[in-house]
Ligand binder design. Structure first.
Ligand code: BJW
Ligand code: ZN
Length: 246
C-alpha cells in the first residue's frame, strides 16, 4: 500500500476535477517494471550511448546490431507488467475533466495499462517500417526473414521509432505543444529532460502559466525551472497523489 506523501498547498488546490492536466513520461516510469532506462547509472546500455544506436546512420552502418538491440528490448517488454505508476495515470485520466498523457516511451505500457489517447512522441517498438518504400508493419507477417527482415521491395525493415535527427510524428508533437501551452498543471515524470523537442514541453507549459511538477528519483536538467519536485519513484509518488482526489 502506498502512503499519502505530503504535498504543497499549491498542488493540493490543483488536484481538482476542473484542472487541465498534462503528463509527460520518460523511461523512468517503466523502470520499476524492469525496463532499463537510457542514461545514468541504471542506463540501458553501458557500452553504447543512445546517440550511437538510435540513429539512422547507426542502422545503415550496422543493421544487425541495431535490429538485435530492438529485439532484445522487445523481449523484455513482452515479459513485463505495468507498475503502480502506470496504473495511477489511468486514475488521473478517469478523474480530471481534461487530461493528456504524452510519452517518450516506445514500450506501449501506458496503453497496455488502460490509458486512452496516449500521445507517443517517439513511436512504438512493436511497429516496424520499410526504409525503402515506407510500408508500415504491425507484425512481421509479409516480410522476408533475416536480421533485419526485408520488405518484399528489398528494403530493410526497421523499428517504427524516432531516432536522433529524425522528425517526430507531426500530429503528435503539434498536439503535445498545444496542450502543454494550455494546461494548468504539468507533470514531467521519469525523464532526464535532455532530449528535444520533448524536453521543451515543461518549459512551454511553464511559459503558458501552468504549475510544473517533476517526479524523478534524482534532480534533472529542468529541476531548476519547475515549481515543485517530488523526489522518489514514480511507482510510489503517483499512486500517493491519487489518494488526494480519490
Ligand atoms: C526514475 C525512476 C523511477 C529512473 N521513478 N524516475 C535542441 C537542443 C539540443 C539538441 C536538439 C534540440 N532539438 C533537437 C535536438 C537534437 C536531438 C536532441 O535532443 N539531442 C540531445 C540529446 C542533445 N533531438 C532529435 O534529434 C529529435 N528530433 C528532432 O529534433 O527532429 C527535428 C530535427 C531533425 C533534423 C535536424 C534538426 C532537427 C529526435 C529525438 C529522438 C529520441 N529518440 C530516442 C530513441 C527512441 C527509440 C528507442 O527507444 O530506441 O528516444 S533516444 C532516447 O531518449 C529515447 C527516449 O524517449 C529519450 C528520452 O529519454 P528519457 O525517457 O528521458 O530516459 P533517460 O534514461 O534519459 O532518463 C530516465 C529518467 O528516469 C532519469 O532522470 C532517472 O533519474 C529517472 N528514473 N527510475 C522516477 N523509478
Ligand atoms: Zn518496402
Amino acid at each position: 500500500m502506498s502512503k499519502r506523501i505530503s504535498i504543497s498547498d499549491a498542488l493540493k488546490s490543483l488536484l481538482v476535477k476542473k484542472t487541465k492536466v498534462v503528463v509527460l513520461t520518460g523511461a523512468g516510469i517503466s523502470a520499476e517494471s524492469g525496463v532499463p532506462t537510457f542514461r545514468g547509472e541504471e542506463g540501458l546500455w553501458k557500452k553504447f550511448r543512445p546517440e550511437e544506436l538510435a540513429t539512422f546512420d547507426a542502422f545503415m552502418a550496422n543493421p544487425e546490431l541495431v535490429w538485435e538491440w530492438y529485439e532484445y528490448r522487445r523481449k523484455i517488454i513482452e515479459e513485463i507488467k505495468p507498475n503502480p505508476g502506470h496504473l495511477a495515470l489511468v486514475d488521473f485520466q478517469r478523474y480530471f475533466d481534461k487530461f493528456d498523457l504524452i510519452t517518450q516511451n516506445v514500450d506501449g505500457l501506458h496503453r497496455k495499462t488502460g490509458s486512452k489517447n496516449v500521445i507517443e512522441l517517439h513511436g512504438n517498438i512493436r511497429r516496424n517500417k520499410c526504409i525503402q518504400c515506407g510500408k508500415k508493419y504491425e507484425s512481421l507477417e509479409g516480410t522476408i526473414d533475416g536480421i533485419p527482415p526485408k520488405c518484399p521491395c528489398g528494403g530493410n525493415i526497421r523499428p517504427d521509432v524516432v531516432w536522433f535527427g529524425e522528425m517526430l510524428p507531426q500530429d503528435a508533437i503539434n498536439y503535445a505543444f498545444a496542450v502543454s501551452s494550455e494546461c494548468d498543471l504539468f507533470f514531467s515524470v521519469g525523464t532526464s529532460a535532455v532530449v528535444h523537442p520533448a524536453a521543451s514541453l515543461p518549459l512551454i507549459a511553464k511559459r503558458g502559466g501552468a504549475y510544473v511538477m517533476e517526479v524523478n528519483i534524482s534532480p534533472t536538467e529542468i529541476s531548476h525551472i519547475v515549481d515543485e519536485s517530488l523526489l522518489g519513484k514514480s511507482g510510489e509518488i503517483l499512486p500517493s497523489l491519487v489518494k488526494y482526489f480519490k
